[in-house]
Design a protein around this ligand. Structure first.
Ligand SMILES: Cc1cc2nc3c(=O)[nH]c(=O)nc-3n(C[C@H](O)[C@H](O)[C@H](O)COP(=O)(O)OP(=O)(O)OC[C@H]3O[C@@H](n4cnc5c(N)ncnc54)[C@H](O)[C@@H]3O)c2cc1C
Length: 290
């Protein structure tokens, strides 16, 4: 890294990550770590193959998070005498869940106590495990922690984007409405450009026809005039499961409002590889893993 005078700046990895997080947030830090091959998800599929003779050697482990406890467990199996020193009053580290009575003190010194009803909980640390977290699943299986599916992607869910600009700011909008309308309007524009010959240098006549067919299907366009006028798949105004009332679609959001809001940029058309639609969670709270 260089400063304004093009002189190299010496920086530790930790300092660099702190700057990345200040400028672009946690996801940029995770992307950087992945680039260094130091991403959160370990490639390990089985416990480390520890060898040697412990001969009752003592090991002091700092921190009773999942890493510290795993280290203590594996070393303990091989005869090491492990002691974990944990700064807080509970084990699990970041792997926590709030239930009635759970108390936490934030860095500004504020103390909060959870007053949920009996049986209610909230995973305020990790809340989903993708299937490729093989090492975590190894221990989940080993200790018989009951797991259940956690639905990561749900088009019926609502987005309320406070930072949105324009008329959609802070409005409750279903994800499928945003998806259908953004794809509809962009497909309409592209289909019209292709149809008017604006991309003739880029694609052949045969490709043009096939692309327009695809855009009609993907964007729910009217095949006659290549227009997007909404679709029942963005939501129904009237719905009668018996079929006696004609289904009518809700009206599409104005394209200008959608563009201005930035809502279309909050998700991708394809689910990202690190956030698959289906993930897993521990039944009754993620702290069951800890
Ligand atoms: C909000 C949030 C959401 C997350 N979501 C997910 C998710 O959905 N899926 C996922 O896989 N991961 C998620 N993570 C990441 C996951 O929680 C962590 O990767 C994992 O819990 C880290 O475990 P660890 O043992 O390495 O560290 P930690 O859990 O941080 O444990 C470190 C422990 O060391 C203790 N400690 C620190 N310093 C000292 C000291 N000097 N002396 C004694 N004790 C000390 C701490 O008190 C703590 O208990 C999330 C994390 C957060 C915070």
């Amino acid at each position: 890294m260089k400063n304004n005078q093009n002189t190299p700046i010496k920086m530790t990895k930790r300092e660099f990550l702190t700057s990345v997080s200040a400028v672009s947030g946690v996801s940029a830090v995770l992307t950087t770590l992945n680039g260094w091959d130091m991403g959160i998800a370990s490639a390990a599929e089985a416990p480390p193959n520890l060898t040697g003779n412990a001969k009752g050697k003592k090991v002091l482990i700092l921190g009773a998070g999942l890493a510290g406890m795993t280290a203590a467990y594996e070393l303990g199996l091989r005869g090491y005498n492990c002691q974990i020193l944990e700064a807080r009053s509970f084990a699990g580290g970041r792997c926590q869940s709030s239930r009635s009575g759970f108390t936490t003190t934030t860095t500004d010194g504020k103390k909060s106590t959870c007053d949920f009803d009996e049986g209610q909980y909230f995973n305020h640390g990790p809340w989903r495990i993708p299937s490729y977290h093989h090492a975590v699943f190894h221990y989940i299986r080993k200790f018989g922690v009951p797991m259940e599916i956690m639905v990561q992607e749900n088009d019926l869910g609502y987005l309320r984007y406070e930072k949105a600009e324009g008329p959609l700011s802070g409005k409750r909008v279903r994800k499928r409405e945003i998806k259908a309308d953004m794809r509809g309007y962009t497909s309409e524009l592209l289909a019209k450009l292709v149809d008017q010959g604006a991309l003739d240098k880029e694609i052949t006549n045969q490709d043009k026809e096939q692309l327009i067919d695809y855009l009609i299907s993907e964007g729910f366009l009217n095949a006659r005039d290549l227009k997007y006028d909404g679709t029942i798949h963005r939501g129904l105004k009237t719905f009668d499961p018996m079929g006696s009332v004609k289904e009518t679609a809700t009206s599409p959001l104005p394209f200008k409002d959608l563009l201005q809001s930035g809502l279309g940029n909050t998700f991708k058309g394809v689910t990202t590889i690190d956030h698959p639609e289906i993930m897993y969670q521990a039944v009754g709270g993620m702290d069951k893993i800890a």
